[in-house]
Write a protein that binds this ligand. Structure first.
Ligand code: BV8
Length: 236
């Protein structure tokens, strides 16, 4: 059984991580283009660092929820039959027990050097422009994919979508591409598609099945159901 799961901000909402578009969402008070574009960084690195340093520091106060831990159980059962792709830059999937998480939009707890291109695990602030541990230049930026930039690992993701028996989208509004196009891509190669989201997303009409509710309820129930249907032979 080959499964691709795509997650968005909605899976971390019950952990206390603000989503983007919901009321009091991340974009409240911040115009996307003012904080999540290369142009914004050129214009004011300090302002952009303030935005991401605050989100990085806030990770200390949140913890994974049952939706994260259920996907870790699924990984344990399916092995590399599962590709877990997330748009989220938090580390709650890993702290929930998932060991192979594809952060297509980057990670808060990582720094990217504009000098040498190196990516370094990073937990503190970047707003004080510390030197890059590898090349020493003070050109470290948040290791996140900004609008207009190419997401990480698109080839591996597209290969997995083309081979998937099942594509499942969890907690995403389907407003940002190329992630919002995965359902059609996978369906085009014959995958069955399922949406698990609080409310219908912009792409609900594209899915074979939609279940609406909280990820903390829907995801554990779906994982139990899938593993029960696979009986013992869950590994590919
Ligand atoms: C690119 C990192 C070329 C930074 C992010 C085609 C058409 C139109 C536009 C484009 C297009 N192709 C490209 C574009 C431009 C752009 C784009 O999509 N613009 C949009 C605004 C129209 N895309 C890009 O620029 C991308 N780059 O295209 O490069 C390319 C492409 C392919 C191959 C080669 C080259 C780069 C986009 C990445 C930008 N970086 N994040 C940061 O985080 O600060 S995007 C960021 O916003 C997130 O990562 C995520 O992707 C998106 C937010 O969406 P969600 O995660 O879904 O969050 P949201 O709040 O919207 O929704 C939450 C959902 O959860 C809601 O539905 C809610 O109801 C639900 N929910 C809430 N609580 C719960 C819940 N569900 C369940 N349980 C709950 N408890």
């Amino acid at each position: 059984m080959k499964v691709v799961v795509l997650t968005g901000a909605g899976i971390s909402a019950e952990s206390g991580v603000p989503t983007f578009r919901d009321a009091d969402g991340l974009w409240e008070g911040h115009r996307v283009e003012d904080v999540a574009t290369p142009e914004a960084y050129e214009a004011s690195p300090a302002a952009v660092h303030r935005f991401y340093d605050a989100r990085r520091a806030a990770l200390d106060a949140v913890a994974p929820n049952p939706a994260h831990t259920a996907l870790a159980r699924l990984e344990a059962a399916l092995g590399d039959g599962l590709l877990l792709v997330t748009q989220n830059i938090d580390d709650l999937h890993e702290r929930g027990g998932s060991t192979r998480v594809h952060h297509m939009h980057g990670e808060l707890r990582s720094a990217l050097c504009r000098g040498c291109g190196g990516r370094t695990p990073w937990t503190g602030d970047l707003g004080d422009f510390p030197p890059c541990p590898s090349c020493g230049v003070t050109e470290l930026r948040p290791d996140v994919v900004w609008f207009g930039e190419i997401p990480y690992g698109m080839d591996e993701i597209q290969d997995a979508l083309a081979e998937a028996d099942l594509f499942v989208s969890v907690g995403t509004s389907g407003a940002v591409y190329p992630a919002a196009g995965f359902v059609q891509y996978a369906a085009g190669y014959g995958a069955r598609t399922l949406e698990l989201n609080l409310v219908p997303s912009d792409g609900s009409h594209l899915f074979d099945e939609c279940r609406h509710g909280r990820a903390g309820d829907l995801v554990p129930a779906w994982v139990d159901e899938l593993l029960a249907s696979l009986g013992g032979d869950s590994r590919p």
